[in-house]
Design a protein around this ligand. Sequence first.
Ligand SMILES: [Fe+2]
Length: 1008
Amino acid sequence: MMLSKAIRHTNVKSFSLSRNVPKISSHRTLFCCALHSKLLADRPASKPIVLKKSEVKYKPRHTQPETGNGEYVFVSNAATFKFGRSVVERELGEEAKNLKMKKVALFTDVNVRRLPIFIDAENSLKKAGIQYTVFDEVSVEPTDASFQHAAKFASSHDFDGFISVGGGSVMDTCKAANLYATHPADFYDYVNAPVGKGIAPPGPLKPHIAIPTTCGTGSELTGISIFDQRSTHTKTGIANKLLIPNLALIDPVAMESLPPMVVACSGFDVISHAIESYTARSYTTKPMPVHPNKRPLHQGSNPYSDFGCLEALRVAGKFFLRAVNDPSDAEAREKMLFASLLAGSCMGNAGVHLPHGLSYAVSGMVRDHEVEGYTSKPIIPHGMSVILHAPSVARMTAPLSFDRHADTARALGVDVKADQLEDSGEILAGELIRLMRGSRIPNGLSAVGFSEEDIPKLVSGAYRQKRAIDNAPFVVSEEDVADIFRAKVIQVITAGPSLRHTEKMEEDDGFPRVQLMMAYLLALGDSIALAIALPFVPEMCRERFGLGENVIGIAAGVINGSYSFALFLSSSFLGHISDEHGRRPVLLFGTFFSFICTLLFGLSTTLYFAVAVRILGGLTNSSTAVTKAVIADATEKKPQYRAAGYGYHGATVSSARAVCGALTGLTSGIILTTNPDIPYLSNNREFSVVSPVLTKTAYILPCIIGSSILLIAFVAAAFFLPETNKRARPFCSSSEESSGKKSKGGMREGVITIWNDPLLRRLNVTYSINSFANGAILTILPLYWSLSMDNKGLGFSTFQCGIAFSLFGTAAILFQVFFFSKVIKTMGSKRAYIMSSTLFVISSLLFPFNGIFYSSLGVRTVSDVLTWGYLTLTVTLNAIGFMTGLPLVSSMISNVSDPRRQGLVIGTAQSVSSFLRALGPVISGAIFSFSVVIGQPIIIFTFLASLYVICGTIAHFISKEESDRIDAPAKSVTEIEMEEEKKPLEMSEEEEQRKKREYDFIRHSQEV
Ligand SMILES: [Fe+2]
């Protein structure tokens, strides 16, 4: 169970403390409550906080450590700094002289070396007459090897001072080089325990001036130096106050050319430094040192660092998104640099805890994740890996100090009311997630290449970060760390569509279950209306309409395609009507007409009548599209569940089509095939219809079953489905209220909206081709199976077609239940879609060889077994493609659509795809008939395979940025409107060009 939910929902009577703590006693509870009361006593609170047992899930730190006296002192080890525009150019040389530097090691990296800030530094040193040697071989993410390489360089010269110009990597490398050059030792002597010996340097280091070029790391103010231990793929470091630079020159000039993602990641590092330092365990909960000189560098939260943390958050809350999204906003970027200064100073004093502790393992285990604005090698930037954990940790730690979490949320700009204190963890998490969305941070750990299988290694790496873990406000066990990774971080915002979201949905109060259940039920009805006839149409054409073998393909194609063609004509219009006047009337109207038309179809005695009722059904019912809009409406306040909502919707539609085919085939087949001597799975098609009445009911019975489901859906929706479109107007008021401002609707507006977005455009092309091919394959399979063996078919009866569809449906459902979510999590939407196309291609090419055993072995038991075995294999491959392909691309379209135009965009997409889905059966039916005439069924299957090749190829060329956009969480209407309010005026062309140049200019990443 997810941790925050556990905290919120655990029953008081049955609650026990975390797994490493014995069952709670009343005495202990009182103690814990008292402890919290004391912790909160110093804070202004407008109402008393009553802590429940359930909130004390984690064992808090004791105020009086059992091993000795508690700490009573807090210390400032802050570095000296100068902050101001052009301070490097004007004052570096003089400051270096003040520190008696004559021969300097100037550390940087190859990218920073080209920047104006580095040139300013060089000019200033030259002007002051100071010799310097440049070392630009710093690794972007330093390792033990790169530290040793830098130390070797520093030791081989007789430097009397060090200057670092760059991000965290450069400054950290410079600190380490200075340390080993000044006090030579074995590398792991100074490295933090337990990885190294953790020995303190024997004396002061040579003077060091640090010049940061990003806004996040705070390294210029701390005595910390982080590196990646290559053998274990984890981050560790050296921490001692002697490593604090003697002077930091903080110059906003350095910020001007940073790419947005570098600002986003370093800005989140700033925010997390402040939040973690403010919510870390109190310094009073640490033991008093045995000697005054032995106080740890990180003391825990204290009044001195608290002050800077809140101010840093106040500044970041105001300027973060501006600084990220507008490189020309010099004010915002300068403010973020100031926030970095404050937060870095606090972090160096109080120390960080869980988000940082966990992040080092994540960054250290990076595989192939690349980030725009950074070097081309795989990287998960420090700030990115930190902030991925921050929301989960906030929810987890809030019950230990609600008011502190409320303080941080308020500082970021959220209005947290006094009676919302107990929700402060959730509120803070929500604000962080909002900022993450606004700066396009990836959607959880799965989006940066991790899966649940990685959790043991991540835990092992994270738990080694003792310095950070021990600074958390509660006693952290390895299993607690695993819980964060397992239950929270993987889905920090949302994962892709997954059945596992059920658990999350059920636990979440206020989740719109009723609306979603109704949407699924109505979509199920719509799918039944579409698929009900598929298995018996060939038989119906043959037996009831008296058509010959050579035209059955065309007739079946027309019957199946007519419904989709009618949908093409109506979907866009009905989608628009639902946007304007509400989803409910459109859905009720369509479902009722589908009920009537499905019933009438079973009674059809002529081809024309059958086609007419199919068209009428398609014209009136567009539930599949409109129910997607219902999902978008219903999840507006909980957009993190939208992807899952679409996932279920796609699964419902696809499963219904597969299962419906099976049920129909079996029902009509059992009635038609009444001779008990006929082995049902044999290809012997000697029909013995014992009763004309039964023959007449063969087609009406499945239609009665289908229409009954539609009627149930109609009645249920009439009673339980509320109007989800809050912007809907009554039909009668449209002419007056919308006079002069009525929005455009219908196909044209929808096509323009889709066309204007290149990604949406390509996704819709894929969606349409996929729909065409899916419509075709559902028509072709029963045609091929029922085709006589003389014509290279399998000679199946309707019953046997039903069995084949059952296999198809079973494989589809098993895949959905057991593998779908895993596949999406592991592969991501894009790769999963390519996989589905590939499976379609393979299965399509295998289908026409299904009859090979009958032609080579004749009709007998062995060949029956081989034939059905082969068929099971091919339909399984096809079913996996079927369940993955269309639902995925449909979910992608929904995710990248503006929620305010969901009905129109999805309706248009549905409309266009319906047109092609209508053409699919007609064209493929015609090609099938042609294939039969010339005796080569393989032609139609090759044609279908080529369509899926096109779908897979289009998906293959989706870029990484587009893929991130697809997998990003859907935004609510409110969020989009808020963003648009804050959005600066449109950039001029010149600004746009400049922005592009800046994107291309720098590829550096210098963070802790
Ligand atoms: Fe950091």
